[in-house]
Design a protein around this ligand. Structure first.
Ligand code: PDD
Length: 290
């Protein structure tokens, strides 16, 4: 598998960084994950724009312009054996010769990228939906930046895995934020609800597209603070992310989502949204641009 590290393409197994790298010592870095379908990166401009926002937010200069990033991504895609992939990009503040929290002057960033097969939901998960737990959101105040400081996300996700669940849905002070690695949508009385893209959640490339699709198809939606009870009493819940696309949550904390005979099954609004997403994605891919 090929990787890109600090200007060179090399086998991933040969890529090495210093133990003094600030990504390792301080989680001082930002990252992106770009989905690739049939060897075409999807929404690459949106991902590169968010990468720029994350780097600006942590005061780290972007080592490459958009054209160079796209060339790196294309070469990694071309050298992979897989049609559908997830390209990972990470930039850290580099490796100094000592451990000091302040930005090291004159130190080059560490720039790393590789691609792996896209891990999409299974056919079974698509059909039945997935189970999620809820946890308190204990992250910092800049969750809009996609930084490699992911320990609370890791701990939340492991709690979900321990419970046999696919995702942990987080609340802060009784309000929905997001999943450990996804955005969250609820449906109540036919209206799609999702929290605003403030500093407490990541502005998902997928969730932004989902809102665009809802607006274009005139599906009723509200972007506003969503209370914990609204989530627990929702008719439908779904997650979005670059890997999951639109994925129904059908069990929350062991209880079926929704009421009546639809309880515990992916709902009609979720299914329709995923169809819209797929139709849009396939159309964009057919035209050969992400
Ligand atoms: N994570 N919220 C969080 C905390 C995330 O980590 C992610 C994605 C999302 C969804 O964003 P997008 O739709 O742009 O993928 C929301 C990626 C996939 C990851 O960390 O692997």
């Amino acid at each position: 598998m090929t990787a890109y590290l600090n200007g060179r393409f090399l086998p991933l197994s040969e890529a090495r960084v210093s133990p003094l790298d600030r990504g390792f010592l301080y989680a001082d870095g930002a990252y992106e994950v770009i989905p690739v379908y049939s060897r075409h990166p999807f929404r690459v401009d949106e991902h590169l724009r968010r990468l720029q926002c994350s780097l600006d937010g942590i005061r780290l200069a972007n080592p490459h312009d958009g054209a160079r990033w796209k060339a790196i991504v294309q070469r990694l895609i071309a050298e992979s054996a897989h049609e559908d992939q997830a390209v990972y990009i990470q930039i850290t503040r580099g490796a100094d010769d000592k451990r000091d929290p302040c930005f090291p002057p004159g130190v080059a960033p560490t720039v790393f990228s590789f691609t792996a097969p896209l891990v999409a939901p299974t056919a079974g998960q698509r059909e039945t939906g997935v189970a999620a737990i809820t946890v308190e959101d204990i992250r910092w105040g800049r969750c809009d930046l996609k930084t490699v400081s992911l320990l609370p996300n890791v701990l939340a996700r492991q709690l979900a895995a321990d419970a046999g669940c696919a995702e942990a849905i987080m609340f802060r002070g009784g309000l929905l934020t997001e999943g450990s690695s996804s955005n969250v949508f609820a449906v109540r009385d036919g209206v799609i609800l999702t929290p605003p893209q403030d500093r407490l959640i990541l502005p998902g490339v997928t969730s932004t597209l989902v809102l665009e699709l809802a607006a274009a198809r005139r599906a009723p939606f509200e972007v506003r603070p969503v209370g914990e009870e609204e989530v627990r009493e929702a008719d439908e819940l779904w997650l979005t992310s670059s890997a999951k696309e639109v994925l129904a949550v059908t069990t929350l904390d062991g209880r079926p989502v929704g009421k009546g005979e639809r309880a515990g099954k992916p709902g009609p609004v979720t299914r329709r949204m995923h169809e819209w997403f797929r139709a849009y994605r396939d159309e964009v891919m057919r035209r050969g641009r992400g």
